[in-house]
Design a protein around this ligand. Structure first.
Ligand code: NOJ
Length: 871
């Protein structure tokens, strides 16, 4: 009895952690923000909420808490497996990585990584890649796709997981996110936008019993204008789930940062889906629920309790509702959000069950490997082939991402009769096997993706050497990263040198890089610089092909006279070979553009974007550079990079001309008032009966499995506390009363008026060269001079890619800038404002951020070619 009472009180004790903070530098604040807004207030989701609320009304307390958490790590086929409510027809949900394909399975496509699709600057391809990914997740019976990743954005060039996202610019990330969400969800799969937020470094990301995860300290304007921007666009596309980050923001852990989840995500950005924790990122029970977390993944508590299987939620959540710590409408809202997302994607209709296991490749095995040796056994892998014809879009992405950085004397394209000498182990598959390293935790052979949860197994890997073979090329391959003595250089040979730079997730260390490139820095791996230099010393025509997760330093050799051409093939996934051949041999012109800046030296970046090392207590990562990351910084400081953001050559040339600018929606300094929130389901705030939490009779438990029921005495005691006068120690100002919503909100993504088109811009792109090719028109905004806000010189706001244009052919591209594109986030009024309504915004268009010669002026309403590029 005493023990039961103590257990009942344990949820109350957690209350001490509700405002758990560690001091951060002055000026960085994590506001308290309660209550969690109920979902369902936008018309696009109202029908799904109606259905979901109907189900929730008839669920017991234990059924509800069972839907809000995973059943434990390795306790099911997928990387995350929720509990079910089978009585009401709600199955367990399968949550599975990762952004570039179904992780840890077979007969599925290893798509090019996020950074690769980013480099295509091709919206149509972004969407089609998303559709193909969606088909595969559905085919494997995955309910929730754990992608796209837009946080990290690439603030830190050495950050380990930048390659999972689309590039170091919020608008490029935003299109990548939105179109991936649309593509995936069009197939009925719930997409997850992650990691919310400021998750820019891998090392020291997690809270543990000895140290807090690092705190990303950033100001409100930077948060809005850079880091939240891609999330806003993913939400505008109706994303069904969001995953919080491991780290803290401004001292408060993202898993229970009430401002970030309640105010920013669910209110201002109008997110209608559910918020899950990253895996084991949760650090408390009650505070995380009150702060707006809706789903605990994979359900357990990290470190020591992981051994026996304990949860902050499940049975604890049940107890916390009974004893009055968590208002039951908070639980109801979470469950409704989860079920609404399920209905919204149509998963109540003929949705397949999982048919693979993330834990093993065997046909039969433990149903709950985490319960070993007590797990029941059964069939866990059905080896369903979900590839369809997705190799086609995968190859198109890999090909159209290839970014030609340098091409002297038209060395490329090659002709088939050229004799090639090929150097570097990256040209051929890992001799130990293409999937020999779990989660691709090694860099051996062709680098098609980084490592960690963002990886997938290759069904096959078409390597560059495979590509050369299929072409019938004349080549000799030296499968080594050291220059061989026996390659017999001849003057007419062309040398192809393959080099790499890898990174990944922190739980794996590869060649002394702990996820982030802490040891290799921005250098090529495997002494790549030396290999290139050695080849360049012996061969007159050298082509360097780089498979890389992000920026690398090229300075040791880029200007050597024999380095004739350099290509970034990014991370092509399974289609590394023929995609490259199509470019090398000129079947197509390269049309990729850099999704980040390639610097001349790491010194070029602000100090504040270096990796944060070990610090006593919580590591502090303070974003003193504010808006000035990547090209925004280089431009501000007048540092000429080696290759600018957006750079990418073709075998042909293009002109941008005959542009027009047409005002569409008149601007006002603040946007028109937001629409009011629509109705949300109404929930009772009565504490449910304790009997709703009792274990079913004769229940056969699986060891380590997380359940939501309580022993009768435990439930009864908790309910007694709930009926008593005891009050949970909520923070000052806490309220459970729903609020009308902030001014900047109003729809998914924010106030819908933010997305009003302010100007339509059209531009004629002409192929002025002699071979076919595709061009990208990049549109950057330059704010009027004299405004009272400091703004980066130029910022990408839109882009479009042409179809393949024959020599001499033209295409008119349509671009646009929205009200938000011309606004700044005003921290005082907490709204987006147009800083100078009649001011002259420069709308710059060109083929790279440093090649902008066409300028439209909003005040003149005219566009002129031949202008001096603003940077
Ligand atoms: C941790 C990673 O940060 C996240 O991206 C992933 O989805 C989960 N693990 C599940 O594997």
């Amino acid at each position: 009895m005493v023990l039961a009472l103590l257990l009942s009180l344990s949820s109350l004790a957690v209350g001490a952690a509700i405002d758990k903070r560690v001091a951060v530098p002055a000026g960085y604040v994590a506001l308290s923000s309660y209550p969690a807004p109920h979902g369902g207030w936008v018309p696009e989701w109202s029908e799904s909420y109606r259905k979901a609320a109907g189900v929730v009304a008839n669920l017991t307390l234990a059924e509800k808490t069972n839907l809000t958490a995973g059943t434990g790590i390795f306790m099911g086929r997928c990387v995350g497996n929720t509990g079910s409510a089978l009585r009401a027809g709600i199955p367990q949900l399968c949550l599975q990585d990762g952004p570039l394909g179904v992780r840890n399975t077979d007969h599925s496509t290893a798509f090019p990584a996020g950074i690769t699709i980013g480099a295509t600057f091709d919206k149509d391809l972004m969407r089609r890649r998303g559709e193909a990914i969606g088909e595969e997740f559905r085919g494997k019976g995955v309910n929730v796709y754990l992608g796209p990743s837009v946080g990290p954005i690439g603030r830190k060039p050495r950050g380990g997981r930048n390659w999972e996202g689309f590039g170091s610019d919020p608008v490029l990330q935003a299109y990548g996110a939105a179109l991936t969400v649309e593509g995936v969800q069009s197939k009925g799969v719930i997409a997850t936008i992650k990691h919310w937020i400021a998750n820019e470094q891998e090392m020291y990301r997690m809270y543990s019993i000895v140290q807090e995860g690092y705190s990303s300290n950033l100001d409100d304007r930077t948060l809005h204008e850079l880091y939240a921007w891609p999330f806003a666009e993913g939400i505008r596309s109706g994303v069904g789930a969001a995953m919080i980050a491991y780290n803290a923001v401004n001292g408060s852990a993202c898993s229970q940062n009430s401002y970030l989840i309640n105010t920013l995500l669910k209110d201002e950005l109008g997110f209608q889906g559910f918020v899950m924790s990253d895996w084991l990122a949760q650090i408390s029970g009650v505070p995380s629920a009150l702060a707006g977390l809706d789903m605990s993944m994979p359900g357990d508590i990290h470190t020591i309790p992981l051994v026996t299987g304990q949860s902050y939620w499940m049975y604890e959540y049940t107890r916390a509702v009974l004893n009055g710590s968590i208002p039951v409408d908070r639980l109801d809202d979470s469950v409704t959000r989860i079920l609404a997302a399920w209905y919204q994607m149509g998963q109540d209709q003929n949705y397949p069950e999982p048919n693979f296991s993330t834990n093993t490749q065997d046909t039969e095995g433990d149903l709950y490997p985490g319960a070993w040796p007590e797990s029941p056994k059964g069939v866990v892998n059905e080896f369903i082939d979900v590839q369809g014809d997705h190799a086609v879009v995968a190859k198109e992405v890999a090909r159209d991402a290839i970014t030609l950085l340098k091409n002297v004397n038209s060395t490329l394209p090659l002709s088939l009769d050229t004799t090639l000498k090929v150097f570097g182990t990256d040209a051929e598959k890992n001799p130990d096997g293409i999937n020999s390293c779990a989660d691709q935790g090694c860099n051996k052979g062709t680098l098609g993706m980084g490592w960690g949860s963002g990886s997938a197994r290759y069904p096959y890997l078409d390597s560059p050497i495979d590509g050369l073979k299929s072409r019938g090329a004349t080549y000799s391959f030296y499968n080594s990263d050291s220059f061989p003595s026996n390659s017999n250089p001849s003057l007419d040979d062309v040398a192809l040198v393959f080099v790499t730079a890898d990174s990944g997730e922190n739980y794996l260390t590869v060649e002394n890089d702990h996820g982030d490139r802490d040891s290799s820095k921005l250098n090529l791996w495997h002494n790549g610089d030396k290999l290139v230099k050695d080849v360049a010393a012996k061969y007159a025509n050298v082509v360097v092909i780089v498979h890389t997760v992000g920026p690398v330093l090229l300075e040791q050799w880029i200007d050597l006279p024999s380095i004739k051409a350099v290509l970034f093939a990014h991370l092509p996934g399974q289609e590394a070979g023929d995609s490259l051949m199509q470019v090398l041999y000129g079947d197509v012109s390269p049309s990729g553009h850099l999704p980040y800046t390639v610097p001349k030296s790491e010194e070029g970046y602000p100090n504040s974007v270096s990796l944060v090392g070990f610090q006593l207590g919580q590591p502090q990562d303070t974003y003193t550079e504010g808006l000035y990351i990547d090209y925004r910084h280089f431009n501000k400081e007048g540092i000429t990079p080696r290759y600018a953001f957006g750079h990418g050559l073709s075998y042909t040339t293009f002109s941008f001309s005959n542009a027009t600018i047409t005002p569409v929606t008149g601007l006002t300094s603040t946007p028109p008032a937001r629409p009011a929130k629509g109705p949300t389901p109404s929930y009772s705030t009565e504490i449910p009966a304790a009997s709703e939490a009792y274990w079913p009779d004769n229940f056969d438990k699986v060891w380590r499995y997380l359940y939501s029921w309580l022993d009768k005495s435990d439930a009864d005691n908790s309910a007694a506390i709930g009926k008593s006068t005891k009050v949970y120690p909520y923070p000052p100002g806490y309220s459970n009363k729903q609020t009308p919503g902030v001014a900047a909100g109003g729809a998914q993504g924010g106030n819908p008026a933010l997305f009003d088109v302010a100007y339509d811009i059209s531009v004629t792109v002409k192929n002025t060269g002699s071979t076919a090719g595709k061009a990208v028109a990049q549109l950057y905004v330059q704010y009027p001079s004299g405004i009272s806000f400091d703004t980066p010189i130029i910022q990408l706001r839109d882009f479009e890619k042409t179809k393949e244009l024959a020599a001499g052919e033209s295409e008119v591209l349509q671009l646009r800038v929205t009200r938000k594109d011309l606004s700044v986030w005003d921290v005082v009024s907490q709204n987006w404002i147009v800083p100078d309504v009649r001011g002259d915004y420069g709308i710059w268009i060109g083929g790279a951020s440093d090649a902008l010669t066409l300028k439209c002026s909003t005040s003149e309403g005219t566009c002129e070619s031949g202008q001096a590029s603003p940077v």
